[in-house]
Design a protein around this ligand. Structure first.
Ligand code: HAM
Length: 417
């Protein structure tokens, strides 16, 4: 136990971190060009926020949250997702008084006590975006186009977009009655949890992961075919906007999403490479959430993408992520005088932004050369008493194998970038 990470967590080792840094860099560049600003939030929130925000009939809240009492007796939960925290921050920090829409993005870890599977962890990473204060479908299109831009830049544009609309409380209320009528004769076939959901939130039943529930809900009437006039118009606007940008989509009437806050637009980007659930990214509109969490009624929309799943997709498609460069210069030394000189020179070079290293373990010259090679050093200089005395040394190009004499004073100019 002591030397094993908890189930569902994964170390990201130094040899892999560059992949994460690469996608995080692209994500922040794209968000900046779209005018979205980064927000950083606490890892834990009051449990009530998720009960209210994500919804207390969802699998996430009912089965998957890491919840505990802190030493002050407060019920705290590790965030199972980012949206509720962003909404809390939007309200708490008075962002309603900022020019709208308020456009935010985040890169977070999230926590769900889920069954382990390919692409499914208990601690995972989400890149998410939220936009507040715009009701029309054009912001829905903008949000989706952030993802298609990220996918274009990463070379993962084969990930498919599925969209749907789950209406507003008005059309959903009418639909819920139809759904209950349909499910009534099948009720005794559903799982225990879904039997309780029947009266409280029947739409959740469609999203249940239990096989028997899936079987009995596969032909339910679709919400998108039962929208009110305003929601239907919104959905048409979304489709027209996507067509205008040339973003291909498929209408998937079965998307209801696993969180309670959605209204109107819902969408998922899917790929068969990322595990059984296939969802790389999911999102949608949540026009009632800010108000439900205690703020003034404000429309909102966003998405979150699982970065582990994005990396799985990139790996399955053989997309190469450029590896970071090794060190520029390794200064090998023989003897005390040379060591002191190397130590100081390396410090000066590093201050100028040059990736330099010297021996800090007391290795033999042969071992130092071996180390420099392993570290992928571009150049190596060997310093001994003679070199220090004469102020000159041989600079070896490790890739080409050739070398030339250089003055020790000139080294920092040679490597100046
Ligand atoms: P979600 O669909 O629950 O939505 O999660 C979004 C993405 O997070 C998923 O598509 C998946 O890539 C990743 N993900 C979820 N659970 C796991 C897991 N156990 N292991 C690995 N990856 C996982 C949300 O979280 C909403 N907050 C999205 C949103 C933002 N909607 C509006 N704004």
């Amino acid at each position: 136990m002591l030397t094993q990470a908890p189930k569902g967590t994964k170390d990201i080792l130094p040899g892999e971190v560059y992949k994460w840094q690469y996608i995080e860099k692209i994500i922040s560049e794209v968000c900046n060009t779209f005018g979205y600003k980064e927000i950083r939030l606490p890892v834990f929130e009051h449990t009530e926020l998720f009960q209210r925000g994500v919804g207390d009939t969802t699998d996430i809240v009912q089965k998957e949250m890491y919840t505990f009492l802190d030493k002050g007796g407060r019920s705290i939960s590790l965030r199972p997702e980012g949206t509720a925290g962003v909404v809390r921050s939007y309200i708490e920090n008075g962002m309603a008084s900022l020019p709208q829409p308020v456009k935010l993005y985040y890169n977070i870890t999230a926590y769900r006590y889920e069954k382990m599977a390919k692409g499914r962890y208990r601690e995972f990473h989400q890149f998410g975006v939220e936009a507040f204060g715009s009701t029309g479908p054009s912001i829905d299109v903008e949000i989706i186009s952030i993802l298609s831009t990220v996918f274009n830049k990463l070379g993962t544009n084969e990930i498919k977009l599925n969209i749907n609309s789950i209406g507003c409380p008005k059309c959903r209320g009418e639909y819920n009655e139809k759904l209950k009528e349909y499910l009534n004769p099948k009720l005794h076939h559903l799982c225990e949890l879904c039997m309780t959901r029947y009266n409280r939130n029947p739409l959740r039943i469609i999203d249940c992961k239990e096989e028997k529930c899936k079987e009995h809900t596969k032909d339910v009437p679709a919400l998108v075919d039962n929208l009110c006039g305003e929601c239907a118009e919104h959905f048409e606007g979304l489709k027209a906007g996507l067509q205008n940008l040339g973003i291909a989509y498929n209408v998937d009437k079965n998307i209801v999403r696993g969180l309670d806050y959605y209204t109107k637009t819902v969408f998922e980007f899917v790929s068969e490479n990322v595990g059984t659930q296939g969802t790389v990214c999911g999102g949608g509109r949540y026009d009632g959430l800010v108000e439900a969490c205690g703020g003034v009624a404000t429309p909102g929309i966003g998405f979150a993408m699982g970065l582990e799943r994005l990396l799985l997709e990139m790996e399955s498609r053989g997309i190469h992520i450029p590896e970071p460069k090794g060190i520029d210069l390794f200064i090998a030394n023989i003897g005390e005088k040379a060591f002191k000189f190397a130590q100081k020179l390396v410090y000066e070079l590093r201050n100028k932004g040059i990736a330099a290293e010297n021996d800090v373990v007391g290795r033999s010259l042969k071992a130092q050369m071996k180390y420099a090679d392993k570290m992928g050093a571009d150049y190596v200089i060997v310093l001994g008493d003679d070199e220090i005395l004469n102020g000159k040394a041989m600079l070896k190009n490790m890739k080409k194998g050739d070398q030339k004499e250089v003055s020790l004073e000139s080294i920092s100019q040679i490597f100046n970038k």
